[in-house]
Design a protein. Structure first.
Length: 480
């Protein structure tokens, strides 16, 4: 059967953009369908605006704390509406530079604004903004429809990452529901910009997917910034009396506030896609895929948030590369889920790769922990960024099993460990690699040095010393 297209990609966020661009570049006749505007959550509501706001907040924080650099501290005076306009201007710039339809049209893909709904396994109905409908067919599909924030069922509306960057008036008192990456990043940013922020979360700790030791250190740093935490608690309802907004906790306490930010999770955008008509299996929350990103229909793939797997831009891109490689090239490429990285861009940053200590203990894997504190990284010392730790998990041979970094540039530093882990590079090789001085990355090498130093305790080295007639007293690695 001849189809209208070789590939139709549904959704123009990170996953969809990579899928459409790669498919077109490989020579497939490709259509990218997006109901609103290209760029998705990352460009408009997530990574780009949040990191822009975080930077502005850090500048304000540095001004207040300039004394640690020998400078006179100053109280930052800012117009919140101007800050948020800057945030929106940056995301527009990123969109125009990277995500506008013309970029993908130059690659050979067609771009259409429409809602897509499957009619059968190879046919979708597209409804354009004016209401016009069109039925088209495709040989392959990639579903990349993304996700949306979950809101609590309160009597008053709550903010989400989709609305917070549209604010023009700064809330004096902000309650953040949830202690995951979004909640933590926004809590610190708004606190540094002058809001009084309280984080309420049901868990016993912040960022529960990260190494507990490092997330606890970050919690302390956030409290030093002034962020308040009510952990092990929930906001069960909220009410508004005139201009006064009140959040009500599960223990009956009432917290007056000016706004509530819901950062309690996301749900996949699958309800309107007509997936049953296509025979695509789903759970209540997401599209089910295998390790090749293939759905229950062998010609239909899915990637990104819609699959319910790791909800990161970089994983969405990775999944799309896997999906298109399998579909268009018919090469059996699989997801790399053992070496997933992520980072929370608070100050300091908290980044993670691979297995945690708890994971390895549950698996019965023998491992050692190698650490190097930021207070001993010279670049961190000269820049007064000494809060943090490089923590690496490895077996006796130096094979890297996981890593976590809390500290300045942690999101960048974790990439070296990811590259090493993926390519079988061991701690010895990291230790033997020349890293430029003084850099934060040198902290990675110094953590790997700990593995090498353990080998200095070898009895063989003592025997060689006596053989060569050396007269010094060996102290061993424990003295370092």
């Amino acid at each position: 059967m001849k189809h209208d297209y070789d590939m139709i990609v549904i959704g123009g966020g990170s996953a969809g953009l990579v899928a459409a661009g790669m498919s077109a570049l490989l020579g497939a006749k490709t259509l990218l369908v997006e109901q609103h505007r290209l760029g998705g959550d990352c460009t408009w509501y997530g990574c780009v605006p949040s990191k822009t706001l975080i930077k502005a907040a850090k500048i304000a924080h540095e001004m207040r704390n300039a004394a640690r650099y020998g400078l006179a501290p100053a109280t930052p005076e800012h117009d919140f509406a101007s800050v948020m306009q800057h945030v929106r201007a940056i995301r527009q710039k990123v969109y125009e530079q990277s995500d506008a339809p013309s970029h993908f049209e130059r690659m050979g893909a067609e771009v259409m604004q429409a809602d897509a709904r499957f009619l059968d396994p190879h046919t979708v109905e597209l409804t354009k903004p004016g209401g016009a409908e069109q039925k088209i067919t495709s040989r392959y599909f990639v579903i990349a429809a993304g996700s949306r924030p979950i809101h609590p069922e309160f009597a008053v509306p709550t903010l989400s990452n989709e609305t917070i960057f549209e604010l023009t008036v700064q809330p004096k008192r902000l309650i953040v529901l949830g202690a995951g990456p979004v909640g933590i990043e926004m809590a610190q940013a708004f606190q540094r910009l002058g809001s009084a922020v309280t984080v309420v979360a049901p868990g016993a700790s912040i960022l529960p997917r990260d190494e507990p030791e490092l997330s606890a250190m970050l919690n302390t740093a956030l409290e030093a910034d002034g962020v308040s935490f009510l952990l092990g608690r929930r906001v069960t309802s909220a009410e508004k009396d005139g201009e006064v907004l009140t959040a009500i906790l599960d223990d009956g306490r009432k917290l007056p506030c000016d706004a509530i930010l819901a950062a309690i999770g996301r749900e996949a955008n699958i309800k309107s896609l007509g997936l049953k008509n296509a025979g695509v299996a789903t759970t209540k929350k997401h599209v089910t895929v295998d390790d090749r990103c293939r759905t229950s229909q062998k010609h239909i793939y899915a990637s990104g948030d819609v699959t319910g797997r790791f909800q990161f831009t970089h994983m969405a891109e990775h999944m799309s590369k896997v999906a298109v490689t399998n579909a268009i090239l018919r090469f059996p490429k699989q997801l790399d889920e053992r070496r997933v990285t992520w980072a929370t861009f608070a100050d300091p940053e908290l980044a993670h790769l691979g297995s945690s200590e708890d994971d390895l203990r549950k698996q019965g894997t023998k491992f050692s922990v190698y650490r190097f504190p930021f207070e001993k990284i010279d670049r961190a010392v000269v820049e007064c960024e000494t809060t943090g730790l490089v923590k690496v998990l490895a077996d006796a041979s130096g094979k890297i099993l996981g890593a976590s970094i809390l500290g300045a540039r942690g999101g960048e530093m974790i990439a070296e460990w990811a590259l090493a882990m993926r390519n079988g590079v061991r701690l010895k090789h990291i230790s033997d690699t020349i890293h430029p001085y003084p850099t934060y990355m040198l902290g990675n090498r110094q953590a790997a040095d700990q593995w090498n130093r353990e080998r200095l305790d070898s009895p063989l080295l003592g025997l060689l010393g006596r053989l060569f007639g050396y007269r010094g007293v060996r102290k061993g690695a424990s003295a370092l």
